[in-house]
Design a protein around this ligand. Structure first.
Ligand code: SAM
Length: 233
């Protein structure tokens, strides 16, 4: 097993006790995870990257016309994901590799899409890991973040910061901010939804290298008539 100093405790946790309780934590999120993945616009032949693939909770939610490459630093989690892929008859189109998500050994623009399920709160350096994902996703490609990232200056940050000091080294952080993680990258958030009934987990759909212009829908009869008039002219 290739243990890196910065990931030592985390790798140990994900290789020992976390795999026992992780599926129970993920079960209630199944419906919401599916909803978040449902925001993505999959095309036939898409190659999807799943960094921190874990136990492969996303596999069954993807259409059967895409191929998947999952990477993880935990051999045990990869083993569970591999067994799951085999059990579901997906092993031909799901490839699993032991790799550090902060140093992806893939060429630039190799993937059509990426799914980051509870990954950016788990990695040691989320900005580096996200930059790596953006690098390997093709321009115009979609990146789904399904995670408990907080917004800037949220009360939760203060409340959870003491607990976070311990948890971030062996499990995950609870005070990471989406704005800070994505700020230097050529991405825009094009959709977002609640990722659980309370909105603690959220789903963000991002697009690489594409400005998002929200269509402003006209409200009221006069505004609608005005829009039609503009179309005629
Ligand atoms: C909280 S689990 C999420 C698993 C899965 N994506 C999901 O949505 O259920 C995070 C996973 O990321 C893996 N991980 C943590 N740091 C990593 C890194 N630097 N590179 C690759 N995987 C990493 C852990 O081993 C673990 O399997």
């Amino acid at each position: 097993m290739d243990l890196q100093p910065k990931n030592f405790i985390k790798q140990l946790s994900f290789n020992t006790f976390i795999p026992y309780f992780y599926p129970f934590m993920m079960f209630p999120l199944k419906f919401w995870r599916r909803k978040a993945i449902g925001m993505m616009d999959f095309k036939k032949g898409d190659h999807v990257l799943i960094p921190g693939a874990g136990g492969g909770h996303d596999f069954a939610m993807l259409p059967d016309y895409v191929t998947v490459t999952g990477v993880d630093i935990s051999d045990i989690m990869l083993g569970i994901a591999r067994a799951k892929a085999e059990f579901m008859g997906l092993s031909k189109r799901v490839k699993l590799v032991h790799m550090d998500g902060e140093n992806l050994r893939f060429a630039d623009n190799s993937f059509d899409k990426a799914i980051l399920g509870l990954f950016l709160t788990c990695v040691y350096d989320p900005k580096k890991a996200f930059a790596e994902v953006v690098r390997v996703v093709k321009p115009g490609g979609e990146i789904l973040i399904y995670d408990h990232l907080v917004g800037r200056k949220k009360w939760a940050t203060k409340l959870l910061s003491s607990m976070d000091t311990i948890l971030k080294y062996n499990f995950c952080s609870f005070i990471r901010e989406i704005d800070i993680i994505i700020e230097e990258q050529p991405v825009s958030i094009i959709k977002n939804i609640h990722g659980d009934p309370f909105g603690f987990v959220k789903g963000f759909l991002l697009c690489k290298d594409r400005e998002y212009k929200e269509e402003v829908k006209p409200k009221g009869l006069f505004a609608k008539l005005y829009k039609h008039l503009l179309n005629i002219i």
